[in-house]
Design a protein around this ligand. Structure first.
Ligand code: ZN
Length: 358
């Protein structure tokens, strides 16, 4: 086996995920999930109430039960993310870095996963994990639906199954953060410290679709800001660089809108759905059609009234009503008409209240 692993690492890598094949719904391990009976707001204003409830819960644990505190942290500026655990019973506190741009939910789930892993080797009684992430608990509660998005759930399930097979019960319990519960504060501190620790171990977590989308959106925005800066600086001399007069608006914003309409890189559903499979490409106004630039400008019944000027102009000047024609992308339309069409389209977008979606 070792020889195979050495000679064909790529094969082993391919085979490895089979351990993580999703279990059938009835095979998901039983994890007890619970929470303090206090909401976050009350807990923050009356910390002693939260702490007393927590101490009561701690008192009710079985003798020998191992307790772990988990926490996740992200720094939106740098995109760094970390998971941390604190297991007082074995005097262990440890943090891991995650892939850049991991979400806080991923950080919390990975922390729980690590805690389960470590507790498996350290106890023969039960395991109770205290987390301050209610969304992590809810995500675990619906693991049979959520494992597609959060593959770490399969790993959590495997650890819980292993513990169950050894007769060890697993409990994950929500406690409010920032209520001076010592274990939680320590895990929080370790997570924050790990964010900037260059020597911290790394978890090779798989980014979720939403996390990847967020990265792309970020890239897109910075590209856009570059565009804006460039356009601001270059707008007066675009014509000298070969940009046609009807391609330029009265200001940077208008020029950008014209540019996006022509390239299709808008925030309309069809374009967004290319980056995020969770976005429906259909028109949000209930039409059974994909929301493209052509649909909103030429066809969507919602903007019927706002389209009147365009229809009348094209009828009068005998211009075929196609999206390439009205955006000045064909030679079929005379230059003087292209400039008029530019103004009509800009006006229509504004009247249709679509400026923020282009
Ligand atoms: Zn529509």
């Amino acid at each position: 086996m070792a020889a195979i692993e050495k000679n064909t690492p790529h094969l082993m890598e391919k085979l490895a995920p089979t351990n993580l094949y999703p279990p059938a719904p009835w095979e998901f391990a039983k994890i007890n999930l619970g929470r303090l009976k206090i909401d976050k707001k009350t807990a923050t204003s009356a910390q002693h109430l939260a702490r007393n409830q927590f101490l009561e819960n701690l008192d009710n644990l079985q003798p020998g039960e191992l307790v772990a505190y988990t926490d996740g942290s992200v720094d939106p500026k740098s995109g760094n993310a970390s998971s941390a655990i604190y297991v007082p019973g074995i005097k262990l506190q440890k943090g891991w870095k995650l892939k850049k741009y991991s979400s806080i939910l991923s950080a919390e789930l990975n922390a729980i996963n690590k805690a389960l892993d470590i507790c498996y080797d350290a106890t023969e009684s039960g395991v109770t994990i205290y987390t301050d992430s209610l969304s992590a608990i809810l995500t675990i509660a619906n693991a049979n639906k959520n494992w597609r998005t959060h593959s770490v759930l399969l790993s959590i399930n495997r650890s819980a199954s292993n513990l169950a097979a050894a007769g060890i019960e697993t409990t994950i319990f929500w406690i409010p953060s920032h209520t001076a519960i010592e274990g939680n504060e320590i895990a929080d501190g370790v997570a924050k410290e790990t964010l900037t620790n260059p020597r911290a171990e790394t978890i090779q977590n798989k980014l979720t679709i939403n996390e990847i989308y967020a990265i792309m959106k970020k890239g897109w925005n910075s590209e856009l800001m570059c565009d804006m800066k460039l356009l601001k600086r270059w707008n007066p001399i675009w014509p000298k660089l070969g940009m046609k007069s009807w391609e330029i608006g009265r200001n940077t914003e208008e020029t950008l809108i014209l540019h996006r309409l022509r390239t299709g890189k808008t925030k309309l559903n069809y374009n967004l759905s290319k980056y995020d499979p969770l976005i429906d490409p259909l028109c949000p106004n209930g039409c059974p059609e994909i929301e493209t630039v052509g649909h909103v400008i030429l066809h969507c019944p919602t903007y019927c009234k706002e389209r009147t000027d365009l229809i009348l102009f094209c009828q009068r000047e005998n211009i075929n009503l196609t999206i390439s024609n009205i955006l000045g992308l064909t030679e079929e339309v005379e230059t003087k008409h292209k400039a008029a069409l530019r103004n009509i389209i800009l006006n229509q977008i504004k009247k249709s209240d679509l400026t923020n979606r282009i």
